[in-house]
Design a protein around this ligand. Structure first.
Ligand code: NDP
Length: 482
């Protein structure tokens, strides 16, 4: 006969009855003193936390990063040294949909990684595309508003989206990728991940290099057409969770080839485009990708909420040898993402098991809500710094090399002198006829109900990329109208 574990209250007291409330006689009413009942009801009311404003719907898993290449001349980061194997966790997501949104929707996918390195956590919070819709963080909240629900109708608004995009030509690169085949991957395993931003690497000699990180799917790209996705969503809204969870559960572990592109500080002075502009890629012909390792996902979370929903990823988490860059969007995300987690999870979000580093942690932050760690300096008398009790102290060897900056402080028009069309043309020219036809029809479908003047303004941008692009979308719009 199996002996079941004793059910207890959260204070550890054994529970005698988990079926019947305490009542005055069999017909009630219930008694206020039935704290087991009250605690159950109170907990239920508190089972939700604020969902992420963006990237609310997600799927994730644990895994490893194995470094096989040698970029030690560029970086001292231990996580990137040859042969290093680092435990990690990934969270993929859609951008716009709420936590219950269908997985197979056309949207950019988040591709966010946390590496538990021996020198602290390194988070690479990227997307499945190498660029983004805006290049100045001043426009980030405005852009996200266009992706979310209209304040009055409480529905998503194609008019708002195309109004904003057509008035923001820097969005054209990302819009084109979103509307192309890669805008609707079949599963997280069938898409690439890109760090997207420019970061920096620095070595033992204090030399800095600019870097882009890429993760190339080893399962092959697979996409749905709009029609296929509508059919899929009609049958299941959870196809990404099913695919990722199921693959790992069955021992078929998805893998990605990790690559970097490296640019010297001197080269960055000479590029025709701003190498810190999030709406631009570094062409492979100029900055060839270098294979440096393999990422594998091989363990499902045991508790989705604890390990995936509470996973807090932020580009603020860097480690010695890896640093930020002048990319304005990156600078803003360093603040914004950590701030989102403080709001969603609380002051000590970094101490939750899934976020906690696997290396020793010693700091002087004190107290605060739900502090279950005590004093993290390792010495109860060391609660300020400097101190005479050998509390944790800094070591200047971990300072990144100084970055020379020049220029007058001010607000500069980020659209001045920027070519928002050339790299989109390079992408358009990669598409075969079938890809182009689907691009046109996907755009025309997404423009349903959008006023004529906004459509014309957007067609003007497509025209500047390539006359075929504008003509193709116009024909698809006409065909939908007819
Ligand atoms: P390359 O031909 O050397 O590189 C093209 C890149 O585009 C490859 O990484 C490829 O990804 C990717 N790609 C291929 N087909 C598509 C598609 N249908 N949708 C989205 N991406 C695709 O040229 P360049 O480096 O000069 O780049 C040309 C254009 O390719 C860029 O303007 C940009 O739009 C796009 N691109 C460039 C990237 C870069 O970092 N340079 C990265 C991704 C896209 P894969 O290796 O998986 O086949």
């Amino acid at each position: 006969m199996s002996k079941k574990t004793q059910l207890t209250t959260s204070a550890g007291a054994p529970v005698g009855d988990n079926q019947n409330s305490q009542t005055a006689g069999p017909r009630g009413p219930v008694l206020m003193q039935d704290y087991h009942l009250i605690e159950k009801l109170a907990h239920q009311n508190r089972e939700r936390i604020p969902e992420r404003t963006v990237h609310a719907k997600g799927w994730g898993a644990h895994g490893t990063l194995t470094i096989t290449g040698d970029i030690s001349k560029y970086t001292r980061a231990k996580v990137l040294q040859p042969g290093t194997v680092t435990p990690m966790i990934a969270r993929f997501s859609t951008v716009a949909g709420e936590a219950g949104a269908a997985d197979a929707e056309r949207d950019v996918r988040g591709f966010a990684l946390k590496f538990y390195t021996e020198e602290g956590n390194w988070d690479l919070v990227g997307n499945n595309t190498p660029v983004f819709f805006v290049r100045d963080p001043m426009k980030f909240p405005d852009f996200i508003h266009t992706q979310k629900r209209h304040p009055r109708t409480n529905m998503r608004s194609p008019t708002a989206m195309w109004d904003f995009w057509s008035l923001s030509p820097e969005s054209l690169h990302q819009v084109t990728i979103l509307m192309s085949d890669r805008g609707l991957p079949v599963a997280p395993m069938n898409m690439n991940g890109y760090g997207s931003h420019t970061y920096s690497l620095w070595n033992e000699k204090g030399e800095r290099y600019w870097v882009k990180f890429h993760f190339k799917t080893m399962q092959g790209h697979k996409h749905y057409t709009n029609e296929e996705a509508a059919d899929v969503i009609g049958q299941s809204r959870e196809t990404y969770q099913e695919a990722l969870f199921g693959a790992i559960e069955s021992g078929s572990f998805p893998r990605w080839k990790m690559q970097v592109q490296i640019m010297s500080e001197a080269e960055a002075e000479k590029t025709s485009y701003n190498p810190f502009d999030l709406t631009k890629v570094w062409p492979h012909g100029e900055f060839p990708p270098i294979d440096i390792g393999v990422m594998e996902l091989n363990r499902n979370a045991d508790n989705y909420f604890a390990e995936i929903e509470q996973l807090a990823l932020s580009p603020s988490n860097i480690v010695p040898g890896i640093a930020h860059s002048p990319d304005k969007m990156l600078q803003a995300r360093v603040f914004s993402y950590a701030d989102a987690h403080r709001y969603r999870l609380g002051t000590h979000y970094e101490a939750l098991p899934v976020n906690a580093p696997k290396c020793p942690v010693h700091h002087y932050h004190k107290d605060g809500p739900m502090n279950f760690m005590g004093q993290q300096s390792g010495n109860v008398d060391a609660y300020y710094e400097p101190n005479s009790v050998d509390g944790p102290a800094e070591d200047p060897q971990y300072n990144e090399p100084p970055l020379a900056l020049s220029g007058d402080a001010g607000r500069f028009n980020h659209r001045d002198g920027n070519d928002d069309y050339g790299q989109v043309r390079a992408l358009f020219n990669l598409f075969d006829d079938g890809q182009k036809a689907r691009l046109y029809s996907n755009i025309a479908a997404a423009m349903g109900g959008v006023p004529e003047n906004i459509i014309e303004r957007q067609l003007g941008h497509f025209e500047k990329v390539h006359p075929d692009y504008a003509a193709g979308v116009r024909a698809a719009l006409d065909s939908n109208a007819g």
